[in-house]
Ligand binder design. Structure first.
Ligand SMILES: Cc1cc2nc3c(=O)[nH]c(=O)nc-3n(C[C@H](O)[C@H](O)[C@H](O)COP(=O)(O)O)c2cc1C
Ligand SMILES: Nc1ncnc2c1ncn2[C@@H]1O[C@H](COP(=O)(O)OP(=O)(O)OP(=O)(O)O)[C@@H](O)[C@H]1O
Length: 314
């Protein structure tokens, strides 16, 4: 996949079919557009392109409402896996914000991306003050000679699937619903770091991760999870939160007890999928009480994996 960060210095030689937007979470609605992009690209031997914006972690730090379902890197990796050939990640600068729709089409879509086709949802807006819409794009396509596909919104019953809808469900810890809307489980990625090494003495060693500051997290608590690390997949149980029983700090982290794993995994990248919420995080009076609860959690995870559709995937 070609990855372009500096649009001003880029000019595609080959034609492309492109879809545009934030694509946070790369949900089922987005996937519908991407499928159409791939179809058109294959049919015409064009590049399958996505134009999106860089989300600045600095701007978002500490602003809960601005948190993202995916980091830029997670989105990039997923788009690559979904068959995107060209990803343009553009900072949301004043220059871009103030472009009239016509100027955006000529300068960005035609000149820089060499777009021969554009794919968008019915509510797509672009250009200064969001003046450009799907109808504008269709008209421009006719007069300037590029194809436009406007796709109906993918629905969940009466409600349109959107990143906003998924954020609402994530805040409630409805992981099954989030998975259904996204088209895959909610996950975090990051290196395995050192914890306080208490896990071994408790009898439940865990891998520790610190999620990216801009990453939106489900409620603090215990989740049945699946982890990809070192080329393997493990079932397990994760605890997301601040560990109030053993910690006085407020730094949020994720700990995962992997079933059937005794490897040293420090420093490796891991992807942890949160499949189902089990219970909220608690502050226990003693380590023994915490340990008893962890045993119960692990028992319930065994049941979850043997009775659920995740039972065959480890
Ligand atoms: C299944 C599971 C449930 C947990 N639940 C809680 C909890 O409710 N409250 C809490 O303070 N810590 C909880 N923890 C975190 C433990 O406190 C933590 O794993 C232990 O202290 C080891 O930490 P360390 O890796 O930093 O050594 C849980 C951990 C796991 C694996
Ligand atoms: N449910 C959907 N079905 C089909 N296309 C969609 C759907 N949701 C968004 N799109 C289209 O995907 C592109 C990118 O959408 P974008 O990520 O900006 O919006 P969104 O998912 O609705 O998020 P938000 O809730 O933040 O507005 C746009 O062309 C948009 O119309």
């Amino acid at each position: 996949m070609e990855f372009v960060k500096n649009l001003a210095e880029y000019q595609s030689e080959r034609p492309c079919v492109v879809t545009l937007g934030k694509f946070d979470g790369v949900h089922r609605g987005h996937r519908k557009l991407l499928k159409e992009v791939r179809r058109i690209a294959l049919e015409n031997h064009w590049k399958a392109g996505v134009f999106t914006f860089t989300v600045s972690p600095q701007v978002q730090m500490g602003r809960r409402e601005a948190k993202m379902l995916m980091t830029n890197e997670e989105r990039e990796n997923l788009l690559r896996d979904l068959g995107v050939d060209l990803l343009v990640e553009c900072p949301f600068t004043e220059e871009i914000r103030s472009m009239e729709p016509d100027q955006f089409i000529r300068e960005v879509l035609l000149k820089r991306l060499h777009a021969s086709a554009v794919v968008a949802g019915t509510d797509f807006r672009f250009g200064k003050d969001r003046k450009g819409d799907a109808d504008y794009l269709l008209e421009a396509g006719k007069s300037m000679g590029f194809h436009v596909s406007v796709m109906q919104k993918e629905m969940d019953g009466e409600r349109e699937i959107s990143s906003t809808y998924i954020r609402e469900e994530l805040e409630k810890g409805h992981m099954e619903k989030v998975q259904e809307l996204m088209g895959g489980p909610y996950f975090i990625t990051g290196p395995i770091i050192h914890g306080r090494h208490l896990g071994h003495s408790l009898g439940f060693p865990t891998i520790n991760q610190r999620p990216a500051p801009e990453k939106m997290l489900p409620p603090r608590g215990v989740y049945f999870s699946r982890t990809y690390v070192g080329g393997k997949v493990y079932q397990g149980i994760s605890s997301l939160g601040v560990k109030p029983t053993v910690n006085s700090g407020n730094e949020e982290g994720n700990e995962t007890y992997l079933f059937d794993c005794s490897l040293d995994l420090y420093g490796q990248e891991a992807k942890v999928e949160f499949l189902s919420f089990r219970r909220p995080e608690e502050k226990f009076d003693s380590l023994d009480a915490l340990k008893n609860q962890m045993s119960l959690d692990i028992e319930s995870a065994d049941q979850f994996f043997s009775s659920s559709r995740f039972s065959t995937s480890s």
